[in-house]
Each structure stands twice: as structure tokens, then as C-alpha cells.
Design a protein around this ligand. Structure first.
Ligand SMILES: Cc1cc2nc3c(=O)[nH]c(=O)nc-3n(C[C@H](O)[C@H](O)[C@H](O)COP(=O)(O)O)c2cc1C
Length: 318
């Protein structure tokens, strides 16, 4: 079984991947999407979005990171995939799931699911351009307005030579609302010869068990559930191996929260100071009561000394 941390634009950047690779349990990461238009993406952009490329496409402790590309132009996507492969990408992942209006307007992400033939052409072009030893993978939703074309897209991707397919078990119209329609993934698993990674609405070990039973997948991608519960991957692995497991306690997370704050604080204008810390706390409060209290405390903080004081105090009191 492999567990992936889902790509999440503006959430799962390389700082976040570093933290999660230290926590453990995640076998594979995927970069935020790199948008490709009518020109191949530059080396500078690839290195900015996926700095792990400079480390053989791995986090500092050696977990592979895939480069995710998003666009609709088969040729420039192929050229960009080749560029990323030359920089050492562990795999090239193609995004056919993004629901954002701006992205869909420029003909990228989930809107392409209305055209399985184009989806196949894109995968085939990238597969042809990228050396065969570098996997080309794709991530889809079940459709755009509805789920009627889910199998056409899955088959088009497999027939075009993709090495793996990740399925987020909702259409674009389903948004991020529960449920995730896992049985559709089961149908894709049955129809395809390549690994199919199941994604959507896995928040607990019990969810993972049901997802596994309903999909028959061997591999799983965890998104918001893993952001809210940072050792969910470890919990799932322990459960899969029938091993005892002591869940991560709140005080063990404090150094990691401080790490994210310090790593990202100079990345944004001062008025957004602490935004990434607050964002993680927003998810963590779904799992830890202490995170809600911490969030309430820091949500209006804007000054470095306010954050420094709160971390200094927490270091003493835990
Ligand atoms: C804030 C946010 C950003 C996301 N960004 C991406 C992205 O860049 N690429 C992608 O393929 N999926 C993206 N997704 C979708 C997730 O990878 C995942 O498919 C989705 O959240 C469902 O999994 P979950 O129910 O476990 O969260 C994003 C989701 C969220 C909530």
C-alpha cells in the first residue's frame, strides 16, 4: 500500500511537504500544479514550484515528489514534462481535476473531462515526450457537470499510456462536499490494468477501511483529512499492519507549527504574517480542540513579536 499526500494549491508547498515527510507515513508527494499555456514552462518556474527537483525530486529525508502540470496544450505540456524530467522529476502528474473558474476558463483542469479524446491526446503527448523510465500519471475527478464520462476519461488515460491514475471520487459539480463516490473508483480499478489511487473524503482509519472495501484500491491519496490529522497516514499504516499506535499529541505538533510559521513568514507581505500557520490551524481544529484555542488566540496577530511571544510561552507551558 502506498499513501500519497494530495496536492493542494497554496497549502501543500515544499515547506509543508518537508514537515509531513518528517512526521512520516507518506510515501509520495505531488507538487502544487504548474500551469502550462502556449509556451513550455521555464526551469525557473519548475524549481520554484518544486524546489525538491534540486534534490533528485525528493524531500530532505528522501520521499519522492512528483511534478504536477496543468494545461490543455498537448505539445507544450509534453515539452514541459520533458523539461521537468530532465531536471530529475520522479514522475510527471497531469491535473484534470482543478475546479477553479479561472483555470477552467483558460481550458485547464476539470473542464477537460468533458472531452475524453483531448484528455487522451494530452496524456499520449506527455508520455511520448518524457523518457520511458519516468512515470506519467494523471489525476481526475469523476466528471465536470456530471459523472457520465468517468469511465471514458479513465480508459482514455490508460490507453494513452499513463502509468497510474488517481481518482478524486467527485465531479466538479460535486465540489468538495461529502460524500465521495468511491464505488465509481471500484469500477475503474476493475477496468484498468494500471494502479488506481483512490482519493476523496478519507478523514479517519475507519474511512480508509470503507474506501478500501468499496474501491479495491491498493493505494490512497489523503487530502484535507491528512492536513487536519497529520499522522493519519501513520495511523492507517499501523491499522493495516495490525500494529499498536499512539496518536500524535498536540504538544508534539507545536515545533512543527513554529517551523511552518518561520519558514513562510517572509514569503508574503507583512499584513499576511502568519497566514500559513492560521491556515493549518484552521484544518487542525477539526481534529485537535487545542488548535481551535490557538487559532482564536493568533487569528488577529499581525506582528512578528506577537507570534514570537506566543511560541515562547508555548515552549514553556506546552
Ligand atoms: C485547497 C485545495 C487545493 C487543491 N489543489 C489541488 C491541486 O493543486 N492539484 C490537484 O490535483 N488537486 C488539488 N486539490 C484536490 C485535492 O488534491 C483532493 O483531490 C481533494 O481535496 C479530495 O481529497 P480529500 O477529500 O481527501 O481532501 C485541492 C484541494 C483543496 C481543498
Amino acid at each position: 500500500m502506498r499513501l500519497f499526500l494530495a496536492p493542494m494549491e497554496s497549502v501543500v508547498d515544499h515547506h509543508f511537504r518537508t514537515i509531513y515527510s518528517e512526521i512520516g507515513g507518506v510515501d509520495l508527494f505531488v507538487s502544487e500544479f504548474v500551469r502550462v499555456n502556449d509556451m513550455p514552462v521555464t526551469t525557473k518556474t519548475l524549481l520554484r514550484e518544486c524546489p525538491e527537483l534540486a534534490n533528485h525530486s525528493r524531500t530532505a529525508n528522501g520521499t519522492p515528489v512528483r511534478v504536477q502540470l496543468l494545461g490543455s496544450n498537448p505539445q507544450t505540456l509534453g515539452e514541459s514534462g520533458l523539461k521537468a524530467a530532465k531536471l530529475g522529476a520522479s514522475a510527471i502528474d497531469l491535473n484534470f481535476g482543478c475546479p477553479a473558474k479561472t483555470v477552467n476558463k483558460s481550458h485547464g483542469g476539470s473542464i477537460l473531462l468533458k472531452q475524453p479524446r483531448l484528455v487522451g491526446e494530452i496524456v499520449a503527448a506527455v508520455r511520448a515526450a518524457v523518457p520511458s523510465e519516468v512515470p506519467v500519471t494523471a489525476k481526475i475527478r469523476l466528471g465536470f457537470e456530471d459523472r457520465s464520462l468517468y469511465m471514458d476519461n479513465a480508459l482514455a488515460i490508460a490507453e494513452a499510456g499513463a502509468n497510474e491514475l488517481c481518482v478524486h471520487a467527485r465531479s466538479k459539480a460535486d465540489g468538495y462536499n461529502p460524500p465521495a463516490y468511491w464505488p465509481y473508483i471500484g469500477k475503474i480499478v476493475d477496468a484498468l490494468d494500471i494502479p488506481v489511487i483512490a482519493n476523496g473524503e478519507i478523514w479517519t482509519v475507519a474511512d480508509w477501511r470503507r474506501c478500501k472495501a468499496e474501491t479495491g484500491s491498493q493505494d490512497f491519496m489523503l487530502g484535507r483529512g491528512l492536513v487536519a490529522c497529520p499522522d493519519l497516514a501513520l495511523q492507517i499504516k499501523a491499522a493495516a499492519n495490525n500494529e499498536p499506535y499512539a496518536p500524535l499529541e498536540w504538544h508534539e505538533l507545536l515545533p512543527l507549527l513554529q517551523h511552518l510559521y518561520l519558514a513562510t513568514k517572509d514569503q508574503y507581505p507583512l499584513r499576511y504574517l502568519g497566514n500559513r500557520l492560521k491556515q493549518w490551524l484552521y484544518y487542525l481544529q477539526l481534529h485537535y480542540d487545542e488548535a481551535a484555542i490557538f487559532f482564536e488566540r493568533v487569528k488577529r496577530y499581525k506582528q512578528p513579536h506577537e507570534f514570537a511571544a506566543v511560541f515562547a510561552q508555548l515552549e514553556k507551558t506546552g
